[in-house]
Design a protein around this ligand. Sequence first.
Ligand code: MEV
Length: 442
Amino acid sequence: MGSRERIKKGFSKLLKEEKLKTIASYFENPGEVISLLKSYWHSDKGQQKLFDEFSENTITNYIMPYGISPNVMINGKNYIVPMVIEESSVVAAASAAAKFWGDRGGFHAEVPDVRKVGQVHFGWKGNLEQLEKLFPAIKERLLNDTESITANMKKRGGGILDIQLIDYTSKIADYYQLRVEFNTCDSMGANFINTVLEQFGHSLHDFFAEQKELPEALRQCEIIMTILSNNTPDCRVKVWVECPVEQLDGIDEHLSGAEYAVKFKKAVDIAHIDTDRATTHNKGIYNGIDAVVIATGNDFRAVEAAGHTYASRSGHYESLSTVTITDGIFHFELEVPMALGTVGGLTSLHPLAHKSLELLGNPTAPELMTIAATMGLANNFSAVRSLTTKGIQEGHMKMHLNNILNQLKATDEEQRQAREYFKDKTVSYAAVEQYLKTLRQS
Ligand code: MEV
């Protein structure tokens, strides 16, 4: 089971129809699979070509729900937030939290810094003292050689902020690193950073080769690799909500707002000391963040990688959100690194990403960071609120009921009746299956 016959060499050279046929041949009913996959092709050929060219070996499009969380108040501004996510309840949970906090002053957010990092990893046989002596000249050479690449970014207020030399020779023989900091303004900046770094690599290599006074061995510099770092702790956003604890009255029918605040804090504190819980807690935060990141054509893998590294900054993986209760004020905060762009890349190419940004009022990159982080905090709030009160399954399974009904091929009328029937009952696959069986028999 599992292993498939190898595809003949040259798959990538085949025409799209040929690729589709090749892949369909792996299914029991190739004709049906071809029709199904083709049914997801865009009816406009130009649009489809755009998607085909985003990535290699594209044979169809994979559709995800594009939902809306209406009326999210951040720093006194109202946003209509697009969210792309397949998981039931995420948009509903975010919207419920947005409404709850909208009535309590909304979300507050700030972006302390937007520095991004790139690295030139290189090997050189000299010692640190020798390298430090050459470093001012190296820096000057690197900046000069990249002037034409950085000119536009500089005009927009960004560019190269700093170049540091890191000595790793105690860990790996002859290994040094240039750690370069960038401001990429409203672009995510991956292409800009990598282009600069690759030029740095060439220039560094040539710089050493040209140092005629150095012994031959020190005129060699091995450029191991040059690449941006997805660790962006200094490209970070902080978002929070707060209210007097009395304004949490009613969340739990058995507890006062003050008592509930303590219970909620305990649930978040657990995610600070226990990694198993922290992973799930942070996953709930990324439910909200990723949905906005994807809707706006940004790189959710980069955003998540940075976030999980940040969550481990104490040496122990923990919650990205924190609760404090001081002088009767409940304060719930999320601080996350996030490298986002609102210009360039997929943000301009993907027609829906483009429209998402327009719906958000064409935010700057830092503003988009505040929006995505807010949806993370909103989802985190709703998840912890459900977990510490009635549990998540009730709401989740109500939403999931639709998926189960679709899976069981229920007609519209059966779906309507099932939704009515399960209003006050526990939803499970078996219960829905049994209900439909009985309904169909009668
Ligand atoms: C489910 O996608 C997310 C939650 O598990 C998050 C959490 O437990 O905090 C509900």
